[in-house]
Design a protein around this ligand. Structure first.
Ligand SMILES: Nc1ncnc2c1ncn2[C@@H]1O[C@H](COP(=O)(O)OP(=O)(O)OP(=O)(O)O)[C@@H](O)[C@H]1O
Length: 332
């Protein structure tokens, strides 16, 4: 059968046309598009159909979307000015089955497709004692254009079902005096300061601006617009303000990961994904990351038991959307 799988993001959209049978899957065409170059999902998919040059109609299409997904309702994306209408897209794609799912729910579904080369261990936790993932709950979170979070629970057959959340939009909580100053700085700019406002590409820029203001007392216009990639490379080049910003970002990322560990107790694994995580691998492997992650007072020992993995395979969301489409076809 012919399947289109897509991982739609605020920055990039990754689409693939795949042929699958009971034995194997074969990628016929795959491409990563810059989301901002398209006015709508329709425009993006029209371009994809033209590029893929397939003659048959797809039997199923699964699109992973950044934002809350509710059946039978138009879907507004969180960090992209697109609204997706199920019926209109289904007609455009000429498919009998079009599924929408949350992007981190898809990333969660993609965890089952990973091999040992696709992730690194940040904290071994009790995974060896528990023989990792044997029916234990798992959770996946990560910073990209936004901050995603989904959790997974194994069913009676050992197949992990994934569940979306909008946890990235919960209230940011500062863990120390410096972070309290950051919160005050951000409250002047946003009516609601969520974890995503801090832990995302735009968030790296906010943290950098805060450090600039906090350390020098001024905020020159020419230094305001430094994106995640620019701040990260300036830090590596030794820029003291960018360095302070990346350290603060790493601490706050760790605080969030520690919170997620306490909320879900994911003894099957706490996975980090998202476009930023793999790109800041060196920061996540510094001792300060785990130190801040475990800094949970009387519950520090509990957080230490959770295995924490950094996923380095950037194709995760696409693989998850494809796995979900194939599983759905099999069970429907
Ligand atoms: N080297 C880097 N260091 C830190 N941040 C980076 C780096 N390169 C890119 N980014 C940030 O990563 C973000 C893009 O993340 P990602 O690739 O996950 O995009 P996306 O899949 O479109 O996002 P989402 O699914 O969250 O909407 C951008 O905001 C960018 O600023």
């Amino acid at each position: 059968m012919n399947v289109i799988a897509g991982d739609i993001g605020g920055t990039k959209s990754w689409l693939a046309w795949v042929q699958a049978d009971a034995q194997a899957t074969r990628v016929c065409f795959e491409h990563v598009y810059a989301s901002g170059e398209f006015v709508s999902a329709e425009a993006l998919l029209q371009q994809f159909l033209a590029d893929a040059q397939q003659t048959l109609a797809p039997d199923a299409v699964c699109l992973a979307l950044p934002g809350p997904v509710q059946a039978d309702q138009p879907i507004r994306l969180t960090n992209l000015d697109w609204t997706l209408e199920h019926a209109a897209l289904q007609a455009l794609l000429n498919t009998p089955q079009l599924f929408f799912m949350n992007d981190f729910q898809a990333a969660a579904a993609g965890v089952a497709t990973l091999t040992a080369d696709d992730y690194v261990v940040l904290n071994a936790g009790d995974s060896l004692r528990l023989r990792s993932g044997n029916g234990e709950s798992r959770v996946i979170t990560g910073a990209g254009t936004g901050l995603g979070l989904a959790w997974m629970q194994a069913d009676a057959n050992g197949h992990y079902q994934s569940f979306a959340t909008e946890g990235g939009h919960t209230d940011f909580a500062p863990a120390n005096a410096q972070q309290e100053r950051l919160l005050a700085f951000m409250r002047e700019r946003f009516s609601h300061v969520s974890w995503e406002r801090v832990l995302s590409g735009p968030g790296v820029n906010q943290v950098y601006q805060f450090c600039l203001h906090d350390m020098t007392g001024s905020l020159p216009d020419e230094l305001r617009d430094r994106g995640g990639a620019e701040v990260n490379s300036a830090a590596q080049a030794g820029d003291p303000i960018a360095l302070a910003a990346m350290e603060l970002f790493t601490d706050i990322y760790a605080n969030w990961v520690g919170n997620v560990a306490l909320l879900y107790q994911p003894r099957g694994g706490l996975y980090l994904a998202g476009g930023i995580s793999a790109r800041i691998q060196t920061w996540l492997q510094t001792p300060r990351f785990l130190a801040a992650c475990f800094d949970k007072g009387r519950m520090a020992g509990l957080v230490q038991q959770m295995p924490i993995y950094l996923i380095t395979n950037t194709r995760l969301g696409l693989q998850g959307a494809l796995a979900a489409a194939l599983h759905h076809r099999k069970t429907s």
